[in-house]
Design a protein around this ligand. Structure first.
Ligand code: 6PG
Length: 469
């Protein structure tokens, strides 16, 4: 039996329920599926009109209710659950049906599933969905990868439900196989970097300028109205205003300083290492979450070591330096993530268009920012740009803010305030823009102790020296 519903969704948690209601709001009928009867009933009730939104706990009713080729999205936890859901659907599907994994699956898992299902005539998409629960309901940024022809069936629905930037949908076909999951992984790596930077700037404003929560709220709100306009700066400003329901004062001051992680930032760093692409602003953001988890050790270590008394800096001066440093380091973080994408595109055959990626990140996703409009233009002007720092339009943006980044890093180092994301971004910048680095010495050392050979500046070829002679 062939059904009539346009779209199917497995996993009716908050994300799934919100996504399906968004699909229905945009004129498509949708059918949900979850083993949990309560979630099924809740969705039917919320959907209102059963012709538009329906759901079942049984897989057969679900599959039979969908029009063909079936478009079934999974919003279930990444890992074994995805494989289990695929196995349960498989006997019920027809050739050319489409399964879309909307979770943060590891990209090699997506490649494996895509190949396995292609063998059975089923199209498999890995589609990153960013924007949290609110985004799923009102318009997320969607990053799909898979079979280009099959995407045409999904395209009208995704374009309708996605966030819009100046009327343009924040979704586009990105490339074959795991291109979508890979792009979402790097999105999250950049997300880690930007979050680390906004949090350490908060630290230096507090310790160096004694900003209170109202001043922090105003500062980040003001920045959000300028060139730092971004979702993360906006929510940061709002966080400082939130009162504590369970006690006096602001909630932010009561939250334990141990950051958790689900792994996507770490995957970005790990894979960047495999590719040989430096992303130190992302690496350090992952390391800082790990250092934050060592709370008990940090407390002991704090008692063992003296740290310098912080010499206060003039509030206005500090605020000005912080704004420039944050802008500088945001650019560096995007530059590193996009550099990784450009390289991964070659390595894995994704054939990514970086300007299209920056374009669909302009709204809906967690790393949306005013800067992404400029980044889109930079990669439109030169689609082979290896690194954003080589874009002529970015030279002046970076050049005009790097001095402030230096001053803030120097101030923080002297006063014992950790600014790891900013200092790593600055170091990356200084190294990437150095035509001569001291790594000639490393080559000499390698050749000295291991006869690893070296190349010369003035002659072609490979050389070895008997250094001890
Ligand atoms: C998004 C987010 C989301 C991610 C969370 C949590 O784009 O909507 O990236 O997919 O799951 O940000 O990530 P961590 O738990 O690793 O911080």
């Amino acid at each position: 039996m062939k059904g009539t519903y346009d779209f199917g969704l497995v996993g009716l948690g908050v994300m799934g329920r919100n996504f399906i209601l968004n699909v229905a709001d945009n004129g498509f009928s949708a059918f949900g599926n979850d083993l949990d009867e309560e979630k099924v009933s809740a969705l039917i009730e919320e959907g209102g009109d059963i012709q538009k939104v329906n759901a079942s706990s049984g897989a057969k009713t679900f599959v039979d209710s969908l029009s063909t080729p079936r478009k079934i999205m999974l919003l279930v936890p990444a890992g074994k659950v995805v494989d289990a859901v695929i196995e349960s659907l498989l006997p019920l599907l027809d050739k050319d049906d489409i399964i879309i994994d909307g979770g943060n699956s590891f990209f090699t898992d997506t490649d494996r599933r895509e190949a396995y299902l292609a063998d059975k005539g089923i199209h498999f998409f890995g589609a990153g969905v960013s924007g949290g629960a609110k985004g799923a309901r009102l318009g997320p940024s969607i990053m799909p990868g898979g079979n280009r022809e099959a995407y045409q069936h999904v395209k009208p629905i995704f374009e309708a439900v996605s966030a819009k930037y100046n009327g343009e949908p924040c979704v586009t076909y990105l490339g074959p196989k795991s291109a979508g999951n890979y792009v979402k992984m790097v999105h999250n790596g950049i997300e880690y970097g930007l979050m680390q930077l906004t949090s350490e700037i908060y630290d230096v404003l507090k310790k160096g300028g004694h900003f209170n929560n109202d001043e922090l709220h105003q500062t980040y709100a003001q920045w959000n109205a300028g060139r730092l306009q971004s979702f993360l700066v906006q929510i940061t400003s709002e966080i400082f205003e939130q009162e504590d329901d369970l006690g006096d004062g602001r909630l932010v001051d009561k939250i334990l300083d141990k950051a958790k992680q689900k792994g996507t930032g770490k995957w970005t760093s790990q894979n960047a290492m495999d590719l040989g692409i430096p992303v130190p602003s992302i690496d350090i953001a992952v390391s800082m979450r790990e250092i934050s988890a060592l709370k008990e050790e940090r407390i002991k270590a704090d008692e063992l070591y003296d740290r310098p008394a912080v010499a206060a800096m003039d509030k206005q001066k500090l605020k000005g330096l912080a704004e420039q440093a944050l802008y500088f380091s945001f650019i560096i973080t995007y530059a590193q993530g996009l550099h990784q994408l450009a390289d991964a595109s070659k390595e894995y055959g994704y054939d990514l268009d970086i300007s299209e990626i920056a374009k669909i990140w302009r709204a809906g996703c967690i790393i949306r920012a005013g800067l992404l409009a400029d980044i889109t233009e930079a990669f439109k002007a030169d689609s082979n740009l290896p690194n954003l720092l080589l874009s002529p339009t970015f030279v002046s943006k970076v050049q005009s803010t790097v001095a402030a980044a230096r001053e803030l890093v120097a101030y923080a180092a002297t006063n014992g305030i950790p600014l790891p994301g900013l200092s790593n971004s600055l170091t990356y910048f200084d190294a990437y823009t150095s035509s001569r680095l001291p790594l000639n010495l490393i080559q000499a050392q390698r050749d000295y102790f291991g006869s690893h050979t070296y190349e010369r500046l003035d002659q072609e070829g490979t050389f070895h020296t008997e250094w001890e002679a």
